[in-house]
Design a protein around this ligand. Structure first.
Ligand code: GDP
Ligand code: MN
Length: 340
């Protein structure tokens, strides 16, 4: 398109999405928490904040996932932290563990070479990344839902959320929403960019017109700029990940072995999925949702800050940091920055 558009988040959330808490209007949506038994305290901390700021008024159900059974203590404590429905799911073995076709000697050499930073030594972290990239949305407990909100242990919600983000997503045809976008460390993405380009060239018919791919390209160096949506916070449509295009993309990327021969993360896979298979206006930045996962804060700017009674400092917001990739997202809506 050639005409100037404001990035959609600069338009306030329409009033019709506020104040529905007291009505029976709800989206088909679920809160998804992947966690380990030993993270019980951190999970309870996230839930207390999430309930206080949002869900006590909405009662959206929770699904907890784990590759081992949750303990009775975990289940009991979590269930008392909310009046909403809570379910606990076991992840199927074949959705979690390193596949047998991965060359373990090559994988272990890669882990040693990467070192301890960025979970370079960890196999379990890699299993987690691959699961979040390609499998969580296939879990039987999630099949009935259209949208989800991903919540992690020990995150903060700083503001009252008095609109329904799921109804907003549905009503405005949004499919993927974030609060933080930042560049990835190059050590974790070895081999990723050539694989993405190969996919794009092999399956051009799967790529969305008016996509967001250009926000990920460093034009000067003609390569990936590392920008990605920080996936510890996600509000998104399951349809995106369940689509033929994304499933094909996941299988293609998985077959390269990069989850184990490097340390490709789910944030990167999701970002490319959203950027390749959605229209750019289906990707949304929730300025209104104050959020923190160590070490990054997003604090709402503008009128949303006082409307949400936010307990965070706008000057601490990562949006203002020179590393933030929000300007790349904004660039999508400038005519000159249109998708390649
Ligand atoms: P970081 O945010 O990238 O530093 O990684 P986290 O340790 O927070 O892990 C990301 C998410 O995956 C969190 O929700 C964790 O609870 C979860 N997670 C990480 N590793 C495992 C694991 O081995 N098993 C399970 N069940 N969950 C995990
Ligand atoms: Mn985390």
């Amino acid at each position: 398109s050639s005409s100037w558009q404001e990035p959609p988040y600069k338009t306030p959330i329409p009033e019709k999405y506020y104040g529905t808490a007291n009505s029976t209007q709800r989206a088909s949506a679920v809160i998804v928490i992947l966690a380990r038994n030993r993270e019980l305290r951190e999970v309870l901390a996230s839930m207390a904040r999430f309930e206080r700021r949002f869900n006590r008024n909405y009662g959206y159900p929770y699904v907890f996932l784990n590759e081992v059974l949750f303990t009775d203590e975990f289940k009991e404590q979590v269930s008392t932290a909310t009046s909403a429905q809570v379910q606990f799911g076991l992840i199927p073995h074949e959705h979690w563990f390193q596949p047998s076709w991965i060359d373990e000697s090559k994988a272990s050499a890669a882990r040693q070479a990467m070192g301890p930073l960025f979970y370079g030594h960890s196999v379990s972290y890699r299993n987690m990344c691959r699961f979040q990239s390609g499998f969580f949305f296939r879990h039987p407990l999630l099949q009935q839902y259209k949208y989800y909100w991903r919540v992690e242990p020990d995150v903060q919600f700083y503001c009252d959320i008095e609109f329904d983000p799921f109804l907003f997503m549905e009503g405005e045809d949004k499919k993927y929403a974030f609060t933080v976008a930042l560049p990835e460390n190059e050590k974790t993405i070895k081999g990723l960019w050539p694989a993405v380009l190969e996919f794009k060239e092999t399956y051009p018919h799967l790529i969305s017109p008016d996509n967001a791919f250009s926000m990920l390209v460093d034009r000067q160096r003609d390569t990936y700029n590392g920008c990605h949506f920080w996936s510890n916070f996600e509000i998104a449509s399951f349809d995106l990940w369940r689509s033929d295009a994304y499933l094909k993309f996941f299988d293609f990327m998985d077959s390269k072995g990069g989850f184990y021969y490097s340390r490709w993360g789910d944030a990167i896979l999701h970002t490319f999925g959203a950027a390749l298979f959605l229209r750019k206006d289906q990707i949304h930045f929730f300025n209104e949702i104050g959020y923190r996962h160590v070490p990054i804060t997003h604090c709402p700017s503008g009128p949303s800050h006082s409307r949400g009674r936010c307990e965070c400092n706008v000057t601490d917001s990562f949006d203002r940091h020179s590393w933030s990739c929000l300007d790349k997202y904004d660039g999508l809506f400038i005519p000159d920055g249109s998708s390649p």
